[in-house]
Every structure is written in C-alpha cells, then in structure tokens.
Design a binder for this molecule. Structure first.
Ligand code: ATP
Length: 382
C-alpha cells in the first residue's frame, strides 16, 4: 500500500504501556483524523510514524517501504505541531526555506555567500526561492515573507508552519493538534483551509485532535483511540451512526449520546425500569440503551420524565429530561418552536427511532438489538 501502514505497534515507556497492538492504514491521499482523550497515546503514535520515537514492537511502512528502523530525516514525512516550532530569528521566507536548504544543499553550500561562488548553488537557491513563493501563495501569506514570526498573528504563524511542511512535498503529513493555539473563529476558517490544501497537495495526512467536531468535519475517516488501543476506524458517518463501542459513541457527538441503564429479561426484551422499550436482544442481561439527542422526541407515551431545564440554541432547543424510571437525565434536541410551549418541571414522554437506537453491553461492546414488530412496541413508540 502507498500510504501509511502501522502494523501491530506497541510502545512502552518503562512500566507504562502507552500503545497496544495498534494497526492502522492510511490510504494514499487520504485524510484521517486520530481522536481520543488526553493521554490516550495519539502524539506517541504520531512520533513513531515520524521516526521521532522507536517502537517496542510492530512495524511502520510509508509509501510501500518499511521505515521502522529508518531515521526521521529519511522518512519523507512532514510534521506540523501545535506550537508551530518556527525559528524566531528567521523571516517567514527563511523559515519555509529551511527544510529545502537542508535537503538540497550540503553543509558547506549553506554558508553565507556560498551562492556567490558557485553557479549550481545559485541555481538551487533560485529554485528554493520559487518553491517557497509557490507555497506562500497557496497559503495566502505571500505578502508576509519578509516578516519575523513575532510580527505575525497566531493564524499566520500556523500557516507558515504549514508552508514549511508543504514545501517539502512529502508523501505524508502528520499534524498534531495544529489548531489548538487559535481562537474558536480562526479554528473554523483554518480547518477548511487545511482541508482545501490537503485536496490540492494530495498527500496522506494523519491529523491528531481531541476535538471531535474537527474530526467529523475534516476527515475521510476517523480513528478513535483510548488508553493506547484503537477502538474503531471508519468514515464520520460510520463512527457517528454505527459505533461498535460505547466509548466511541460517547466521544463523538455534542451533546453526548444519552445513556440509559436497561435490562433484557429471559426472553431478550429490553426494558428500562421494567417497561419494554421495543427492542429485543439475543441474550438476557444488563445493557446500556444509547440514543442521540436528535433521535429522542416528545410523544404521548414512551419513556416518562420531567423537564429539568431548557437550553435555547436558536436553531434548536435542548430539553434536559429527568427520567422517572432510573436516575438518568437525558437530553433531547427539539425544534426551536417548542420553546414557547414547554416549561421546566413539566411531565413529558419521550420516544425514539428504534432503527437508530444503539445497545451496548456493560463492557462497552455493541450488542445486536432487533426492533419488535410494531404491534408490540406501543410503549416506546408513542
Ligand atoms: P494529549 O492529547 O494530551 O496530547 P496524547 O493522546 O497525545 O495526549 P501522549 O502524549 O501520546 O498522549 O501520551 C500517552 C501517555 O504516554 C501519557 O500517559 C504520557 O504521560 C506517556 N508518555 C508520553 N511520552 C512519554 C515518555 N517519553 N516517557 C514516559 N511516558 C511518556
């Protein structure tokens, strides 16, 4: 495979197991986001792919070549970090030129005035200058080439860092939380710029973030990692609508997916507080019924509860409902017109779309759940 292939990579720091048997393939030209909570091992995996950290076991291939033992400088990947890592004493032009100078000129040729002596060095410097101008134009920072980083905004610095990565024309980009130093509005515009640049450049990209909305909006696929284990890799649709693990379901989506303690009796009928919710499991036992806020709606019958409070968001209304059965408060996303007719403390019933409800085992595994024939579903359907 042409992109990045990580096979059964494990990593220990002393007694701490940070990555466990991680296998991940990023196709040529694919944009994959790696998400997970702080400390789950995202940066460690990136550093391993970049060659800045060795593996304890497993292999890394880039562009069809096993690079597990290859040093970082020879891996043909470019990394963009959260802190930009620009040289403060160099101009934007010089910052972007650095990787090209390192690659295309020998140490003696990089000395000041070397270009005056050698026509071939002059030609190389000319080509580097053109490449830098092209990258700067692509990023909209052509007018800033003679400034130093201290005289740039956060967003402009981030673009310079991107320029320095792009100019190398690498076969893979690794971006580790590149937008986390930007304010909210700039994050949104810069993320669409990164996607547009990725389309133009076409290199395999792994984008590390702990921001699930960034991952959902930018990626071809998302890989969800927790405690050093890759839980699921899939398209944003698959990860959102068909999570295979409750931790994945919880991590993606805002407000978070509702979780309601449930129990399946000997016949497999799933009940919340003894009331059937219209789903049948293959086996009896405790389970978690998980429903996204937009899949819960008000009904004449169903899960009974009382409104705790309402949050008006303009385009929708979030109703926080304390369920009568069980201790949970669930959130439903309702249309904004409900604002005028609902009041805190009001009793309501909630129904959900059985085709979209998810059921998980107590150990977080997804369980198969079949909707009951509609005649038997009267309680939950409403
Ligand atoms: P964040 O989102 O906060 O950046 P992360 O998912 O990128 O977190 P890592 O930085 O990969 O997580 O760290 C994973 C775990 O490995 C953490 O518990 C961290 O303390 C530990 N770790 C990372 N580098 C080292 C090291 N050089 N020596 C010992 N432990 C380390």
């Amino acid at each position: 495979m042409d992109g990045i292939v990580v096979s059964e990579v494990s990593k220990r720091f002393g007694d701490t197991q940070v990555l466990r048997d991680v296998s991940l393939e990023v196709g040529r030209g694919e944009f994959l986001s790696l998400v997970g909570p702080s400390g789950c091992g995202k940066t460690t995996l990136m550093r391993i792919v970049a060659g800045l950290e060795g593996v304890t076991s497993g292999t890394v291939c880039i562009g069809g070549r096993d690079v597990t033992a290859t040093r970082a400088a020879d891996r043909d990947v470019a990394m963009v970090f959260q802190n930009y890592a620009l040289y403060p004493h160099l101009t934007v032009r010089q910052n972007i030129s650095v990787p090209l100078m390192m690659r295309r000129l020998r140490p003696v040729q990089r000395l000041p005035f070397a270009g005056w002596l050698s026509p071939s060095v002059r030609a190389t410097l000319g080509a580097i200058g053109e490449d830098v101008e092209t990258a700067a134009r692509m990023l909209g920072i052509g007018a800033l080439l003679d400034r130093k980083p201290a005289h740039l905004s956060g967003g402009q610095r981030q673009r310079v860092a991107l320029g320095r990565a792009i100019v190398r024309n690498p076969s893979a980009f690794l971006m580790d939380e590149p937008l986390s130093n930007l304010d909210a509005a700039l994050r949104v515009t810069t993320r669409s710029e990164i996607v547009a640049i990725h389309r133009r450049v076409g290199a395999s990209t792994v984008y590390v973030t702990h921001d699930q909305s960034e991952a959902m909006t930018m990626s071809d696929r998302i890989a969800v990692m927790m405690q050093g284990v890759l839980l699921q890799v899939g398209t944003p649709d698959e990860i959102y609508g068909n999570p295979q693990d409750l931790r994945v379901a919880r991590f993606i989506g805002s407000p978070s997916i509702n979780q309601i303690a449930a129990h399946a009796g000997p016949d497999g009928l799933l009940c919340v507080g003894g009331v059937s919710v219209g789903l049948r499991l293959e086996k009896p036992g405790n389970a978690v019924l998980a429903v996204r806020p937009e899949d819960l709606h008000l009904a004449s019958q169903g899960l009974a509860g009382r409104i705790e409070h309402l949050e008006y968001l303009g385009e929708s209304l979030l109703a926080h409902v304390r369920l009568t059965e069980g201790a949970e408060t669930v959130i439903c996303r309702l249309s904004p017109e409900n604002r005028t007719r609902l009041r805190p403390d009001e009793p309501v019933h909630l129904a959900f779309d059985h085709g979209r409800a998810l059921v998980f085992a107590p150990d977080n595994r997804r369980l198969a759940a079949r909707p009951l024939p509609s005649a038997l579903r009267e309680v939950a359907r409403g």
